[in-house]
Design a protein around this ligand. Structure first.
Ligand SMILES: [Zn+2]
Length: 348
């Protein structure tokens, strides 16, 4: 039997994470990508029991590709010519080079995923992940400190007991740390100086999702919702907003199943909040009935199709909301306290 880590265990975990940033060496940006990948997989596949979690390298590699996909586009905010940002102190990081190649070939991630070559591509990236960051992430001051997983020779790793719990609990914090260190790493690389200059939108370029064109999502949702606001159900006359149902700030992935269409006023008022149970029930039902259809319409535009992940992420987000007694959004200027009902809707 496993149990969730106690306060002491949680603090130990956080201290170890902090040591990665303080004492780890970052020749490339891979370790940041790995930390974020582990957080996302713990949210999507793990639970809060404290149990160990088995992860295959293939899934970790897919997370790398997703993260580096936007990074592998040419960046050009300063005076210099647009260029792919260098993510290594020596030559360009191999994963970035390969993802840039795939971008050139397929255009969108969804197209790359549906090609026959995808599995081999992911396998190649998995090999690099295995040789580079996987065994180096836990090297602190040249000593191996295996607090996340033990070294293994096979195609999988097992997160140690309590690790998935902690990654879920402190996921937002770890992502924030990893991203800000990642931006710093790229900014500090002298080879990026001509491209980056004094640009202030680097973080947005790397992690903002701002370049994703939501018009395809808007058109499909407008049809599906018969041009009514997902939240207040009245007609949408002006330009409707594509809303991330589980807020982007909590889970920055463009899953097709996570999109709804809403009035700009409803969307802006909801902000970074989760919604109350009635909206949640409607979203769960919408995805059950037409999530696959929605994904089929959105994947050509580059959005990801992952129904199980959408549900798992919602469970995770609402469990956190309950644990912290968060406010849930109902309608303009109206919120309620989180309660069990939302978790019941999500089946646990
Ligand atoms: Zn509305």
């Amino acid at each position: 039997m496993t149990a969730p880590p106690d306060d002491r265990g949680q603090l130990d975990f956080l201290q170890h994470v902090q040591r990665i940033f303080d004492e780890g060496e970052f020749v490339a940006t891979y370790k940041f990508a790995l930390l974020i990948a582990l957080v996302e997989l713990a949210i999507e596949r793990g639970d809060d029991t404290g149990a160990p979690l088995d992860l295959d390298l293939h899934s970790i590699a897919e997370k790398f590709i997703e993260q580096y996909w936007p990074h592998a586009a040419p960046y050009g905010a300063a005076e210099g010519a647009p260029a792919v940002l260098v993510q290594n102190h020596g030559r360009q990081a191999a994963i970035v080079a390969r993802v840039a190649e795939a971008r050139g070939r397929f255009g969108t991630l969804a197209r790359a995923k549906s090609d026959n070559s995808w599995r081999v591509f992911v396998g190649n990236i998995a090999q690099i992940v295995k040789e580079m960051p996987l065994w180096k992430l836990q090297t602190l001051r040249r000593r191996n400190v295996p607090f996340l997983y033990e070294k293994s020779s096979g195609p999988r790793i097992t997160l140690l007991p309590g690790v998935a719990f902690n990654l879920r609990r402190f996921g937002a914090l770890i992502q924030l740390l990893a991203r800000s260190a990642w931006v710093q790493h790229i900014r500090a690389n002298p080879r990026n100086a001509p491209t980056v200059g004094g640009a202030t939108d680097l973080e947005l370029f790397l992690f903002g999702g701002a370049r994703v064109d939501l018009s395809a999502a808007r058109a499909a949702l407008q049809d599906m919702q018969e041009n009514r606001c997902f939240y207040c159900d009245s007609a949408m006359r002006q330009d409707p907003h594509v809303d991330h149902f589980i807020p982007w700030s909590r889970y920055p992935r463009d899953l097709a199943q996570n999109f709804v269409l809403a009035h700009s006023a409803c969307n802006l008022d909801k902000g970074d909040m989760l919604t109350a149970s009635a909206h949640l029930a409607k979203w769960v039902a919408r995805n059950r009935e037409s999530g696959a259809d929605l994904a089929a319409r959105l994947s050509p535009a580059g959005f990801l199709d992952d129904q199980p992940a959408a549900l798992q992420v919602a469970r995770w987000a609402y469990r956190q909301a309950e644990a912290t007694s968060a406010q849930l959004w109902v309608s303009l200027k109206y919120t309620v306290n989180a309660d069990r009902r939302c978790l019941e809707i999500l089946g646990g």
